[in-house]
Design a protein around this ligand. Structure first.
Ligand code: EPZ
Length: 420
């Protein structure tokens, strides 16, 4: 397993190009299953998760060609079953369930399983499928859905932690070919859901209200091929912005959308960070002294849970008490123990992390555990005195395109070490 060796203490300076959004492109790739015609998707990031989704689509019979950042998919004929071993490895692949039900009226997909950040059930996904008339069975690690007819219906998709992003995506994709109208209440408002709806509408679907809490889908007979450019990755953007601030540098994000980063920019400005949007992108510059802040993760447009770990690293550097409360996932503090190893001073109290900021970090070997926790450890390594070795960086390669090259381009002293 590869590691990243980071020599801390160098401020990041310069411009970094933000790639296409992982969490937009995965459901959009799944949506190509809804038509036998050719689809072209642009601004596709080169990520392990995208490669995994390509393999899943291919295993189901679709043809997938990749040419740089452009993916061409044609699902002329597809099986109703997604490969158990592939789906089991990547939670995001659960979003093939909706398109299979929409197009074939049946699907057999492995239960996605949880991961280090929580149990991650799919009860709301299945509630939506049942609302459309599907019979749902779970057995031997698979979920099987089937329905003679799919009939549009109202469905409330709010769960114990609010809306579900991929649940909204799945129900939308199952409903586009159903008879009649489906109204999703408590829909996820994330920009990635809006981007998926835009792609589905380009394929001939009739979806209104995406980006808001009520989405209306009027079923159509069939969908045709379409072309689409994926939105930039707001989580990658936030990660590099925080890395620039943490290292006392100045970083410009080229290609990021300022309207997707409102909550993150609001918090950084509260801390005293200078943020300026301009033709060349968005520039983040650390002010003279930063203030501690309190953060609670919430569904979009609230503060994103996917930026919580990175912010924790930054807050460990700022003198004073900061509190982070994680309201989306029940176990998303795996980075805390590793930050302690680097010299941070914090305690976890239930859903909250109490951070006593200001203690200097010193480099050490640390273990990456999930995608965003790994990013938090990389940011810590960029600041810590000495060398930090971040192990198991395959987690990073799932969601950060060319992270070592991009950090290098910003002046970081970072190198990838091939693992045993
Ligand atoms: C998406 O996961 C993202 N992944 C996650 O990003 C992101 O953290 C999450 O949305 C929340 O924003 C992709 O888009 C591929 P949810 P998703 O369903 O859709 C509970 C990353 O780092 N829930 O919105 O799986 C669930 O347990 C990843 O890029 C139910 O209770 O998340 C959680 O507490 C990590 N029942 C909350 O809802 C359900 O049926 C939000 O989960 C579904 C979810």
């Amino acid at each position: 397993m590869d590691s990243l060796l980071i020599k801390g203490g160098k401020p990041l300076h310069g411009v970094v190009d933000i790639s296409g959004a992982k969490n937009a492109v995965l459901p959009i790739m799944a949506a190509t299953l809804l038509t036998p015609e050719r689809c072209v998707i642009r601004n596709v990031p080169d990520l392990a998760d995208v490669g995994m989704m390509e393999r899943i689509l291919t295993s189901m019979g679709a043809s997938v060609q990749r040419d740089g950042g452009t993916l061409t998919v044609q699902a002329s004929r597809i099986s109703d079953k997604a490969d158990y071993d592939l789906v089991r490895k990547m939670r995001g692949s659960i979003c093939v369930l909706g398109p299979l039900l929409g197009r074939l009226h049946r699907a057999t997909v492995s239960m996605p399983g949880g991961c280090v950040i929580g149990v991650r059930p799919i009860d709301l996904h299945l509630k939506g499928m049942r609302a459309l008339g599907a019979e749902v069975k779970t057995m031997a690690g698979y979920v099987r859905v089937k329905s003679r007819r799919l009939v549009g219906a109202p469905v409330f998709l709010g769960g114990r932690a609010g809306p579900t992003v991929l649940g909204t995506a799945n129900v939308m994709m199952a409903a586009v070919l159903a008879e009649g109208q489906t109204i999703i209440e408590s829909a996820a408002c994330e920009p990635e859901v809006t981007d998926l709806a835009k792609f589905l509408n380009a394929m001939g679907a009739k979806i209104a209200g995406a980006g808001g809490p009520t989405i209306t889908i009027t079923g159509v007979k069939q969908l045709h091929g379409a072309e689409h450019e994926v939105i930039p990755d707001r989580i990658e953007a936030a990660t590099y912005a925080i890395a620039g601030v943490a290292t006392r540098g100045e970083v410009t994000l080229r290609g990021a959308r300022i309207e997707h980063l409102t909550a993150v920019i609001d918090k950084l400005r509260d801390m005293g960070v200078k943020v300026e949007g301009h033709a060349g992108g968005i520039t983040f510059k650390r002010g003279r002294s930063l203030r501690p802040v309190d953060i609670t993760t919430l569904p979009y447009p609230g503060f994103p849970t996917d930026v919580q770990a990175q912010m924790m690293t930054l807050l460990t550097l700022i003198p004073g008490i900061s509190i982070i409360t994680e309201r989306i996932f029940e176990a998303r503090f795996s980075h805390a123990a590793e930050l302690l190893r680097l010299g941070a001073d914090l305690a976890i109290e239930g859903p909250s992390a109490i951070i006593k900021g200001g203690s200097p970090l010193s480099g050490a070997p640390v273990m990456a555990s999930d995608l965003r926790a790994s990013a938090a450890l990389v940011i810590a390594g960029l600041v810590a005195k000495g060398i930090t070795q971040v192990n198991r960086i395959y987690h990073l390669d799932r969601g950060y395109e060319k992270i070592d090259a991009k950090l290098h381009g910003l002046g970081a002293s970072v190198s990838r070490v091939a693992g045993s």
